[in-house]
Each structure stands twice: as C-alpha cells, then as structure tokens.
Design a protein around this ligand. Structure first.
Ligand code: AMP
Length: 395
C-alpha cells in the first residue's frame, strides 16, 4: 500500500478502526475492539476476505491498541508504513474549525472541552494518547465532528440565555455529524457537476443518530443538533427536541435526577421509546403488521423532519438540492417517499419508481419537473476522514 492511513474512532469501551489507502481510497482492513476494561474484550478484524476474532482482556485503550498493532504485524496490512493516524473527535468547541495535527497543546485543549462532551471527548483523548504511545513516529490528526459547523452565523448558534452565562460556559449550538454533512454536500456538487459554492443544499443525515443541515453556497448556516447531539430530529434512542421545561417537570413529578433524565432522553427515547424498536426495518415490519404505536412513531418522525426542512427552506430562501444519507436515508424508500410527498406543495416531485430502486451509488430520485433536486448519496465518514488526514499532513 502506498499511503495507508489508520483511522480510529474511540468510545469509552470500544475502538472502531479502518485502514484506508489514501491514494487508491480502498479499505485495506477494518474492525472493532469491544469491551475494553472488562473481562471479555474482543477484536474482530477483517482484512480482505479473512476475518480474525481475538478474545483477550485489555485493561485499557493502550493495551488494546498494542495488541492491535501486533495483530496487524501478523495478518496484515503492514502498519510499519502507515502515513498517519486520523482520530475522530466529537467536540472541537469553537477552538477547532478544521482538521488539526495533534500535539500536546491540542490534547490539552480537548481536555478543556471535555465538560461539553463528557461521554465522547475523554475516551477520544485516551485513544489519542494510547495511539501516540504505540505509533510514536507518525503524525496524528484530529478530525472534529463540530468543525464543519463553525461557519454558523451568530443568529443561528446563539441560545436566548443570559449573554454572560452563555459566554462563560461556552453554551451555544455546535452541530455534529459534520464530517458526513461536509462529505455528502461536496459529493452532491460533484455529482451534479456544479461548483460547491454555487449551491444551496439541505442534507438529511438519517442514521441511528440523525441531523439535518442547511448549507448556503458551501457554508453551513443551520443544523439541528445543538450544544449536544441530543437536539433536533427524532433518532434511534434519542428524543431530539423536547420542551426544555420537561427536565423540571420530570424532577418534580418523578423525583428524577439530571443524570437519570439525560439517560432517559439519550438512551430510552426516540423511536425506541415510541415504537419499541430502533431499527427502521423492524419499525416498518411492525407497521405492516398493523402496529398502531409504530405507525404513530413514523408519523411523528416524518412530521419532525418536515418542520426542519420547511424551516431550512425559509432560512436558505432558495434550495437547489435536498439529499438523504446514512442508514435510514440511504435505505428506507418509505421514509423518503413520506417526506417528499409532504413537500409537494413546495414544488418537490418524487420519481417513485427510481426512489424504490436499491443502490449504493449517488442518485437523483426527483423528477425533471421538481423545483428542488432530491438525491440519495451514501455517506462515507471513514473515507472523508482519510482525505482530511492526508490533506492535514500534506500542508
Ligand atoms: P447508521 O447509524 O447510519 O449506521 O444507520 C443505522 C440505521 O439504519 C439502522 O438502525 C436502521 O434503522 C437503518 N437501516 C439500515 N438498513 C436499513 C434498511 N435496509 N431499511 C431501513 N432502514 C435501514
């Protein structure tokens, strides 16, 4: 491999990884380390057609990464030639507006940002430190989920709170899934053969997590996630928007503490809370079987999407492209059809036959008469990260 890039996405007890050749953009290996710090840690490693499974306790991220490096040495691909390591970092605050070469000052700044992303930044930092110790001679690069949204105007990112309080505690809308929104919107411009900065776009990243962005002439101007990735659309297990008064109400009537309410809204709500399932294949099966809760859940999901898309059309004034991406957006033609039919009064027109064709390629699913071009574009966050990493080390 000419320029292998190792990409790491570290959770509190897991590490997802890929090796991508930055020149050919082929995936050379991928895998998942799970249950780090527990008795039954595992590595599932795929290289070409071969799959390797290792069960061994790893006390921490450093131990897991050391084992991973010896696994690479044993079964490939050869990591000794690795050109760089790219780390997915959830929260870059206002400090990081682009992909950044990691040094001590970057790690310190990420540590300072940890209160904003207590579930995500600390394991990310642990992963960075462990990877720098295991692979000390290659550049390490941080790719921030929030970076794409640092172009949001103040009117969009400011919450109506006391100004001094918000400033003192960095309270504002940040936006997340930026790597995906950036990759997909650029792919749309390329696919349509238009300059990126000539298009007004709405991107719907509908996966287990979900967010929508408005991009005006190449700059993000609105997005549905906020201070945290809990805001906005209805997700697999996350509620999305609720009345902020809900916290006080649940505290009063049920005596729930803030951490319990946070867990309720992050892990037991969304489609799981409404329909009893997170996967849209299961939800669709329930609807077909006549399950009324699941049918209502889908109506609520579509209604929330509609209110965001309507608002973002107003924000942009004129929209050239609306694009579906991620697990649900790429695969669930029913969700796409429900939403676009509701947008018919605004001049959207779906080509229903094309919408139902399954494909892994970017495609247009609107008719030639549609006022806005509607597309499905598969996201590829790892490839976007590999490109970002290569660009950062080539500067
Ligand atoms: P992601 O977070 O982008 O990986 O998306 C994962 C979600 O995509 C799953 O939880 C499913 O709800 C959804 N999904 C994946 N495949 C399909 C499919 N064939 N039909 C409907 N939904 C799907």
């Amino acid at each position: 491999m000419a320029k292998p890039i190792l990409l790491l996405n570290c959770g509190s007890s897991s590490i997802k990884y890929q090796v991508i050749d930055a020149e050919t953009e082929q995936v050379a290996a991928s895998g998942l380390i799970q249950r780090i710090g527990e008795a039954g840690s595992t590595i599932d490693h795929e290289v070409g057609e071969a799959e390797h499974h290792i069960e061994e306790p790893f006390a921490d991220h450093a131990a897991a990464l050391r084992e991973l490096v010896s696994l690479f040495a044993e079964v490939g691909p050869d990591l000794s030639q690795v050109a760089a390591v790219g780390h997915r970092c959830v929260h870059g605050g206002t400090r990081f507006s682009k992909t950044t070469l990691i040094d001590e000052s970057v790690v310190d700044a990420m540590r300072e940002l940890s209160p904003l992303a207590p579930l995500h930044n600390p394991p990310g930092i642990q992963g960075i430190e462990a990877a720098r110790a295991v692979l000390p001679d290659v550049p390490h690069v941080a790719i921030f989920d929030t970076a794409f949204f640092t172009t949001l105007p103040a009117e969009a990112y400011t919450y109506a709170l006391p100004t001094e309080l918000a400033a003192a505690h960095h309270i504002r809308k940040y936006g997340f899934h930026g790597t995906s929104h950036s990759y997909v919107s650029k792919k749309v411009a390329e696919f349509l053969g238009q300059p990126y900065d000539s298009l007004n776009q709405i991107v719907l990243h509908l996966g287990n997590g979900a967010s929508v962005s408005a991009i005006q002439q190449g700059k993000a101007v609105e997005t549905s996630m906020g201070l945290t990735p809990l805001a906005g659309l209805i997700m697999g297990t996350r509620s999305g928007d609720v009345d902020p008064g809900l916290h006080a109400y649940l505290g009063r009537v049920l005596g729930l503490g803030l951490d319990e309410i946070d867990a309720l809204l992050n892990r037991q709500s969304g489609m799981l809370g409404l329909a009893g399932a997170t996967d849209f294949r299961d939800i669709n099966a329930k609807i077909q079987a006549g399950d009324k809760r699941a049918a209502l859940a889908m109506d609520v999901y579509i209604h929330r999407l509609l209110t965001y898309v309507g608002a973002y059309i107003a924000v942009l004034g004129q929209v050239d492209a609306l694009t579906f991406t991620a697990g649900v957006g790429e695969n669930d033609f029913r969700v796409r059809a429900h939403l676009i039919k509701r947008l018919a009064p605004l001049g959207f027109e779906l080509d229903e036959a094309v919408n139902e064709v399954r494909s892994k390629e970017p495609r247009v699913i609107s008719t030639a008469n549609s006022r806005v071009t509607v597309l499905v574009v598969p996201t590829n966050e790892e490839l976007a990260m590999a490109r970002e990493t290569l660009a950062a080390i080539s500067q």
